[in-house]
Write a new protein. Structure first.
Length: 227
């Protein structure tokens, strides 16, 4: 797997990361009415299956900003490992989701400890899981970040993120929790916003996205292989 850590902060690698400066989002988002579920199922705004992937099937929805509302119900009844073999509980946003091989992920993870992890999956010229598998992940180091708690059973939560220029900022429950600079590979990505969940059961699931046309209208196709 091609994976590298980007030390893109102004300070040298290995130094402590500053706490983020809180601010409101600069890009407005609106509810997504038409959601394409490419893997798993979302029924009555609930997720029960161990793996769910979806994106906004709306020609006016941009992939530069999104917000995911959800209530954590607990672990999914069955667990399913990721393509790299890890069994991980997480929920997150997909930004600029050109396809399953080229996308920006903003993931709120429970395992091995609660944290926000931002990564760019970049595989130019590839579109399907059979072509890229779990290759192309670039983990992005924050310039500013704060510790995040595990999402609580029965409590509503909000995960929001936006890309402005090369900078990505993420909010957890209304507070800035992560800010950093994306690698150059992210500039080439064009696609809608979406959501992803692994091994968690969720209620009250609602995705909102920025307005603005993407390069081309996405087609809704189901797949049983997407990571």
């Amino acid at each position: 797997m091609r994976s590298r850590m980007l030390c893109l902060a102004m300070t040298a690698c290995g130094t402590s990361i500053a706490a983020p400066i809180d601010r409101p989002p600069s890009i407005d988002v609106a509810p997504v009415d038409n959601l394409c579920v490419t893997k798993g199922a979302i029924a009555n705004q609930s997720i029960a299956e161990p793996t769910v992937r979806a994106f906004a099937l709306d020609p006016t929805a941009s992939g530069d900003a999104a917000e995911l509302a959800f209530t954590y119900r607990g672990d999914s009844q069955a667990g399913r490992a990721l393509a790299n073999g890890q069994l991980r509980r997480q929920v997150g946003l997909k930004l600029r989701a050109a396809n399953g091989c080229n996308v920006v992920y903003v993931m709120w993870r429970l395992d091995p400890r609660p944290k926000l992890e931002i990564s760019v999956k970049s595989n130019p010229g590839k579109r399907t899981h059979d072509e890229c598998g779990a290759d192309g992940y670039i983990k992005v180091r924050p310039q500013q970040a704060s510790r995040v708690a595990a999402f609580e059973r029965g409590q509503p939560h909000l995960l929001r993120a936006e890309i402005v220029g090369d900078a990505l900022t993420a909010w957890v429950d209304g507070k800035v929790a992560w800010h950093g600079i994306l690698p150059p590979e992210a500039r080439a990505l064009v696609g809608p916003a979406g959501l992803r969940s692994d091994n968690v059961a969720l209620d009250d699931v609602a995705l909102s996205a920025a307005r603005g046309r993407v390069a081309a209208a996405a087609q809704c196709k189901r797949t049983e292989r997407e990571d």
